[in-house]
Design a protein around this ligand. Structure first.
Ligand SMILES: *Cc1c(COP(=O)(O)O)cnc(C)c1O
Length: 432
């Protein structure tokens, strides 16, 4: 309808600048009035195709009718009691669901908090308590949140850590199996990276000092890096042999996003603790910590919790989301999205040498942009292509340690014609 952002969005952006600090960014400053299963409508009447899902959150579609109905009905009954004061059934049902659907058929326990970062922090607290150890191992290109502990766990300095130190102690970073950038090539990447990481953990920290290894089964903010085959199983086995709690941060990869309910399943990993958030509740703030009963049950009464954790509106939303995923077979839909996107992107890569790598699984897909004929990251081109996509009404996100990854996270319910139209916009943006 108008250029993007349009006049009313620009006016709101002016008000925002006087009310909100610039530290809180926005990918695309169009102010939203409505959104659905793959389209975002702004205050100027523009409809944008949504390849972001609010960062992998609205997988079942925005304002999903089942989610909206359940939340409205709950809001009429009660909005809060605090589960630590007087509990309610929906919280227990969400935890039963998490225990049922996360990898492994061992006995599990779950509890609920408000954000991915809070869930990761709790996983670390529990692992430390259960093992009596302190060290936490994380990986290059990892992202785990913005609180003091989780920004420490996060790899990238600018913008997540820069100037916000001192950081939390006892956090150690290891090499990650990044196939595209592994010096001896992608074939050797998995075993070599695992051997390096295990050697460094053993020599520099001592396996007996490590409470937890925290890893994203596909790295999100770090650039949708799928660790090379063999890497995650080797790290998980090392943890098992040494009494280390293996924590899978499935905040971005969880809830059908990658074509499996959880990305750990792809290589048959059974984590000791699984951390979930983003796609869990259709946009209502909720996160989960799910772990082996014998680890979770160790912590003393009152040691875990929070005022809002497992808010009843968010729990109702989560129950609705899981019904949508299971009844709508959304893991299959995620697969199908990958089947449409990957061949199209690979064909584009043949014609555009700036596309150095095409990767991802299901509806978690990315392209990495480089200077022609090299592997040198091209963040300027990446920003320019994102800008062209935005101007033509396609909402895409960037990512990556080097800022040179375009990532695609369409809602799993996006109609195929919108997916194809979005890819057409991307193709035109790449052509210049
Ligand atoms: C987004 C994200 C987090 C942090 O979640 P918040 O809800 O923003 O605190 C943690 N880990 C991963 C893998 C994420 O993608």
């Amino acid at each position: 309808m108008t250029e993007i952002p349009g006049p009313r969005s620009r006016e709101l952006q002016g008000r925002r600048a006087a009310a909100v600090p610039p530290g809180v960014g926005s990918v695309l400053p169009v102010y939203v009035t409505d959104a659905g299963g793959g389209v975002v409508v702004d205050v100027d009447g523009n409809s944008l195709i949504d390849f972001g899902s609010g960062i992998a959150v609205t997988s079942v579609g925005n304002a999903n009718p089942r989610v909206a109905e359940r939340v409205k009905a709950q809001a009429d009954r009660f909005t809060h009691t605090c589960f630590m004061v007087a509990p309610y059934e929906s919280y227990v049902r969400v935890c039963e669901n998490l225990n049922r659907i996360t990898p492994g058929d061992h006995e599990k326990r779950s509890f609920l908090v408000n954000s991915g970062a809070e869930a990761v922090e709790n996983a670390v607290k529990i692992a430390r308590y259960a093992t009596g150890r302190q060290a936490v191992v994380v990986f290059d290109h990892g992202y785990h949140g913005r609180t003091l502990l989780t920004m420490t766990l996060t790899a990238k300095s600018m913008p997540y850590k820069h100037g916000f130190g001192p950081y939390a102690p006892e956090v150690y970073r290891m090499p990650l199996a990044y196939p595209f950038r592994w010096p001896s090539g992608p074939e050797n990447c998995g075993p070599e990276a695992a051997a390096q990481a295990i050697d460094q953990i053993s020599k520099q920290i001592g396996a007996q000092s490590v409470a937890a290894v925290v890893v994203e089964p596909i790295q999100g903010e770090g650039g949708f890096i799928e660790p090379a085959p063999g890497f995650l199983p080797a790290i998980a086995e090392f943890c098992r042999d040494n009494g280390i709690v293996f924590v899978a941060d499935e905040v971005q990869t969880g809830f059908a996003r990658t074509g499996d309910l959880f990305a750990s399943e792809h290589e048959g990993i059974v984590p000791d603790i699984v951390v979930t958030a983003k796609g869990i509740a259709g946009g209502l703030p909720l996160a989960g910590v799910t772990g082996r009963a014998e680890i979770m049950d160790k912590v003393h009464g009152g040691g875990l919790g929070g005022t809002y954790g497992g808010n009843p509106l968010a729990c109702e939303a989560a129950l609705a989301v899981l019904e949508e995923i299971e009844e709508g077979k959304l893991t299959e839909r995620a697969h199908r999205i990958g089947e449409v996107m990957l061949p199209r992107l690979r064909a584009l890569a043949e014609r555009h040498p700036a596309i150095g790598d095409v990767r991802g699984r299901g509806a978690m897909i990315a392209i990495e942009l480089v200077r022609e004929g090299t592997k040198e990251p091209d963040p300027a081109l990446t920003a320019e292509i994102a800008r062209r996509c935005h101007a033509q009404g396609l909402l895409v996100l960037t990512a990556g340690t080097y800022g040179n990854v375009l990532r695609f996270l369409p809602p799993l319910v996006i109609p195929e014609h919108l997916l194809v139209e979005g890819l057409d916009v991307l193709e035109a943006a790449l052509a210049g």
